[in-house]
Design a protein around this ligand. Structure first.
Ligand code: F6R
Length: 573
């Protein structure tokens, strides 16, 4: 999703913005650009990578103030013209924006009638033209900016600069925006990672806030009145966000899982949330993608009466009740919209399970419990998934009066070498099936999702019992079927499913408990994992499937940290 960064300091804006943009690359983008503020505006933008701008940036004038943007196309194709920043007719105002201006068509036709010339197909370009229009009415930039923002409908984090002024004007509604406070310099960004090398002191901008920053001061107002927003000390270091010697963030993050899970399980809020949930008769769970899989794993483990809804379908299916919203980023638009729906119909209490502190979901929820996975840079969720499972299994254990479980992720990681070897075979396949029963059906789904999003191989997951209801028609000579088969009550039936696959010439790739002779005998591709609580097996069994997807992607020459067409934080519905 789009990333934004702004810098107001004494000098060096070029480098700060470039570095900030690089740190935001993980959000996913198709074009990038920046504007520097001097006696006139200097603009550089294009479709493609931030690295492509780097070579050209040296020819730009140095400045103390500027804004930068990575764009993930929503209105208008990825191109130089559609890349941000966008300017007005006079090229005095430059604007970057994350989100969608829903009423841009009306605003644009009004502006065009007034003689404004548009260069791009974006919704964003209306903003600089509207500012120009207001400035023509002989008022200051802040007054003009406020009037413009009040006319916008939709979601936005906006930064605007005007030539000759070392100030950055900002506004936020339903898109993340945070201020970084430095000495003689201030920052604005959609993610703290963009300014972590400079400061850890952050102010999270709230929905509806409008204001400005310069090198010395910040000003924030809400509903036309000046407001003070609290400072937060960000614990993540810039180093946390770097690769730490691994070739990719994703591999580093897979290996961080033992620590991420252990840290997460230390959080006392798990116990508090368990107590709260224990009082409920029913619980609706809402989430998207991998977070949805975490919700599904909880349903298999828990005795609570739960219902799980995909965020984007929530509005159509929600009938009221207390809700647990699960989201790594806390910024997924579909999930936030679901939570707003709960609020709109006064449906019940909202509990959040979130990784990113200070994110929008943490502010919308009545009560939040955090995963302590640290920043996840790889677009595909790995350590945040197992950390979500840790919280959910921790809650389950509390409710059942069981000991909080421990998870032997290290043993699962020891399969790395074998997964690398297996990836040679997988990389040659057109399609792969994943099957599991009970909790392992979730492991199968998550394994298949990782394979398709990273290696771009068609990977389909089914409950083992569903094979005979259709997918078996596709199993023929040489089709690989990854079978997740821990030592639980479903094992016998899974062996039946594996035999069905073999009978049709399919190639079972079996993950089961180390030392399981029967499984070893039915497949020459058997991989042993440590014994686990049968209800909590997805937390360890998913690890080799993450590694398999990772190695297959790398072998095929794809970048596992930045899968095509995908974004880390999906902030549009
Ligand atoms: C898959 C993946 C996505 C996210 C989904 C929800 O690897 O990362 O499917 O899980 O976009 O994101 P969050 O959890 O941030 O709400």
């Amino acid at each position: 999703m789009c990333g934004i960064v702004g810098y107001a300091g004494g000098g060096g804006a070029r480098e700060v913005l470039l570095r900030g943009l690089k740190s935001l690359e993980y959000r996913g983008y198709d074009s990038a650009g920046l504007a520097l503020c001097g006696d006139r505006l200097h603009l550089l933008k294009d479709a493609g990578r931030v690295a492509d701008l780097e070579v050209r940036i040296e020819h730009m004038t140095e400045a103390g103030t500027g804004i930068g943007h990575t764009r993930w196309a929503t209105h208008g194709v990825p191109s130089q013209i559609n890349a941000h920043p966008h300017t007005d007719c006079t090229r005095k105002v430059a604007v970057i924006h994350n989100g969608i201006i829903e009423n841009f068509m009306e605003l644009k036709s009004e502006l065009m009638k007034g003689g404004h010339k548009f260069k791009s197909d974006t919704d964003t370009e209306v903003i600089p033209h509207m500012i120009e229009e207001e400035l023509n009415k002989q008022q200051g930039m802040m007054d003009a900016f406020r009037k413009v923002v009040n006319k916008l409908e939709g979601s936005y984090a906006i930064l605007a600069i005007i030539e000759g002024k070392n100030e950055i004007y900002f506004a936020r509604k339903h898109s993340p925006l945070v201020i970084g406070l430095g000495r003689g310099e201030n920052f604005l960004a959609s993610d703290v990672i963009a300014f972590l090398p400079h400061t850890r002191c952050a102010v999270f901008v709230k929905d509806g806030d409008i204001g400005w920053v310069n090198s010395e001061k910040i000003y924030v107002e809400a509903d036309g009145n000046k407001v003070e927003r609290p400072f937060t000390n960000i614990e993540w270091s810039a180093e946390d966000a770097m690769k730490g010697g691994y070739p990719h963030f994703m591999l580093k993050e897979i290996y961080e899982q033992p620590d991420a899970v252990a840290n997460t399980l230390l959080d006392a809020r798990i116990e508090q949330l368990a107590t709260e949930l224990g009082h409920l008769k029913e619980l609706e769970i809402v989430a998207a993608g991998t977070s949805y899989h975490a919700g599904l794993a909880f349903m298999y483990a828990s005795d609570l009466k739960t219902r799980l809804l995909v965020s984007s379908e929530f509005r159509a299916l929600y009938k009221g009740g207390d809700v647990l919203a699960i989201s790594q980023s806390g910024e997924t638009a579909d999930t936030l919209q679901a939570v707003r729906q709960v609020r709109a119909v006064n449906g019940g209490k909202v509990f959040g399970l979130v990784n990113v502190n200070g994110s929008t979901l943490t502010r919308l929820a009545d009560q939040t419990v955090y995963t302590h996975a640290g920043p996840e840079i790889g677009v595909a969720a790995t350590k945040t998934f197992t950390s979500q499972l840790a919280v959910l299994y921790g809650i389950d254990a509390e409710l059942k009066g069981k000991k909080i479980p421990t998870f032997d992720i290290e043993s699962a990681l020891r399969l790395n070498g074998e997964m690398k070897k297996l990836s040679i075979d997988m990389s040659r396949r057109q399609g792969i099936f994943y099957i599991g029963r009970g909790p392992s059906s979730v492991t199968a789904r998550e394994g298949a999702l990782k394979m398709k999003e990273l290696a771009y191989i068609q990977a389909e997951a089914y409950e083992g019992g569903e094979l005979k209801h259709g997918p078996l028609a596709l199993i023929e000579e040489g089709v690989p079927v990854v079978a997740v088969c821990p030592n639980d009550i479903h094992r016998k039936k899974m062996i039946g499913s594996i035999e069905e696959v073999k009978a049709r010439g399919g190639v079972p790739v079996v993950f089961g408990e180390a030392g399981d002779k029967e499984l070893k005998a039915i497949s020459d591709r058997f991989y042993g994992l440590p014994a686990t609580d049968p209800f909590y097996s997805p937390l360890t069994y998913v690890v080799p499937l993450q590694l398999l997807a990772y190695h297959t992607a790398v072998l095929l020459g794809w970048d596992p940290d930045k899968p095509r067409n995908l974004a880390k934080s999906v902030t549009v519905e």
